[in-house]
Ligand binder design. Structure first.
Ligand code: OGA
Ligand code: CA
Ligand code: FE2
Length: 497
């Protein structure tokens, strides 16, 4: 862009130079013939040559100055984030940040730090706690994903699991989920229209994978190709049993019929999207020392100003029993202009049709080593391309973590104390949160032996920084010591998340 502009300017300058060179006045001196013949010619030549060179020279200087200004400006922006990151690395707090990040105007100057992956297998040393250096290894670049063994000590892992047990864990997913019918009504599409949208290859038939690509999950139930065939058989829609649906057959497969069949047949926990229990642990003032310490360490790891971490969701602790799993998913959804973030919605003062959790970063901790299975799978990590359709091929659904974890591009083994972290959103190129990273798709593989304990620390940042700024301003205005139980007002907002 800059280059093109530069050369266009240079071209213009040359044209101007050659046309505006003043004609040389006739020579009045009595020079020799050869001089007369050659003299004026060479003189005119050298003058226009000089003008052209000078113009080039000026354009060149202007370009160099512009380039220097650009480099200075962009490195200046990066520098704004550096104190945070360097402080994080050297184990200091973010007190060096030029301005506190809790007020709206300063947010404009903030360029969110983002780790550099360099290449897969690259190891960087990070200083997170006094007297210890951790090693952080790049696991993939798409998504930008790292692992840090020994991030938590054995004692810390134990305390977190015990605190979760004390609080009590709830089912991560209820057996029957409502709301799908309403969605179908709102959809306002005829069966023909839906059929046409699902029929990816437009052959007038719906193959199993064509249905599953769009609706793997029905009422919270994960559908496998076999499930779908069973439903076809139960509802007698696929008369010839070839697994293909014509438009006429598809009409019989109404949302109501689907739901009635599933309810009648009953659902096992293993057929849900997620088969685990979880709870939330508050990490603010008054929380257990270990929880506050983990939050501090996460702040150092990410290099983010502490406000962002302080204002994020509490720690989620998850337990999978033997047979537990979590099919591949995104921790946070795509953000369109009409999408609100859960954490800033209250401050946004506008009603929007969509909402997502805006989890910029996921930090996942393994609280125990699992006897069998239970890896975290990233089915398309560092794939050359991302293609939603090819997630199911030849009846193999890469998102199915009960069956196909072995076909995932990347699997992380759960080891006690290890942390992995990744970015669920790309950078917008200007130091803020950009689009969702589709490659951040991941899931928990089935636990084949023993129990698996993990914890999630999500860092919520609104891709719309004005909304984030307003939100931070709003919570910073709340009185800090209102409640006598030590909880601040904004922590109450987060308790509800
Ligand atoms: C999650 C998650 C992966 C795992 O809890 O969101 O993706 O390995 N967990 O348990
Ligand atoms: Ca088809
Ligand atoms: Fe997840």
């Amino acid at each position: 862009m800059t280059d093109k502009q530069g050369s266009a300017e240079a071209e213009d300058a040359t044209t101007t130079a050659s046309t505006s060179a003043p004609p040389r006045p006739p020579s009045s001196s009595s020079n020799s013939n050869s001089e007369r013949l050659l003299g004026p010619k060479s003189s005119v030549c050298s003058r226009s040559y000089f003008v052209v060179v000078m113009v080039f020279f000026h354009v060149y200087i202007v370009n160099v100055i512009a380039l220097l200004l650009y480099v200075h400006y962009s490195s200046g922006q990066e520098d704004a984030s550096r104190p945070g990151r360097d402080a994080a690395r050297s184990g200091e707090q973010h007190a060096q940040s030029p301005r506190p990040p809790s007020t709206a105007p300063s947010l404009r100057d903030i360029s969110l730090p983002r780790m550099e992956g360099i290449r897969v297998g690259h190891v960087q040393k990070v200083s997170l706690v006094p007297n210890k250096v951790h090693e952080m290894t790049t696991l993939s670049l798409k998504p930008l994903l790292f692992e840090i063994p020994g991030f938590l000590s054995e004692d810390e892992c134990r305390v977190v699991m015990q605190l979760a047990q004390l609080k009590g864990l709830m089912e991560s997913q209820l057996m029957v989920q409502d709301g799908q019918e309403e969605l179908a009504k709102e959809l306002n599409l005829s069966p023909e229209e839906i059929f046409n949208l699902l029929d990816i290859n437009q052959d007038g038939q719906l193959q199993l994978h064509e249905i599953l690509t769009h609706s793997r999950v029905r009422d919270g139930i994960w559908l496998t190709p076999e499930n779908l065939q069973e439903i076809y058989a139960g509802l007698k829609v696929d008369k010839d049993g070839n697994g293909l649906l014509s438009l006429e057959e598809f009409r019989l497969l109404s949302a109501d019929a689907f739901q009635r069949f599933l309810l009648q047949r009953g659902v096992k926990r293993s057929q849900l999207v997620r088969n685990s229990r979880h709870t939330w642990l508050y990490q603010g003032r008054g929380a257990h020392q270990v929880l506050q310490e983990i939050k501090k360490r996460v702040t150092r790891l990410t290099g983010l100003p502490s406000t962002f971490v302080d204002l994020s969701e509490p720690l989620q602790v998850v337990r999978y029993e033997e047979g537990g799993h979590y099919h591949a998913h995104h921790d946070s959804g795509p953000v369109y202009p009409e999408t609100a973030c859960t954490h800033t919605r209250l401050a946004a003062n506008a009603s929007t049709p969509f909402e997502t959790s805006c989890r910029y970063i996921t930090v996942l901790f393994y609280l125990n080593s699992v006897d069998g299975g239970g890896e975290t799978a990233f089915p398309v990590a560092d794939n050359r391309t991302f293609d939603e359709v090819s997630l199911i091929q030849n009846g193999i659904d890469l998102m199915d973590t009960r069956r196909n974890c072995d076909k995932s591009n990347l699997r992380v083994k759960p080891t006690k104390g290890k942390a992995v972290f990744w970015y669920n959103y790309l950078s917008d190129g200007r130091g803020w949160v950009g689009e969702q990273d589709e490659y951040a798709l991941h899931g928990g593989c089935m636990v084949t032996r023993g129990t698996k304990w993990v914890a999630n620390k999500w860092i919520n940042i609104d891709p719309d920084y004005q909304r984030q700024a307003r939100y931070q301003q709003l919570v910073s205005q709340q009185p800090e010591d209102e409640d006598d139980d030590g909880l601040t007002s904004h922590s109450d907002i987060h308790e509800e998340l």
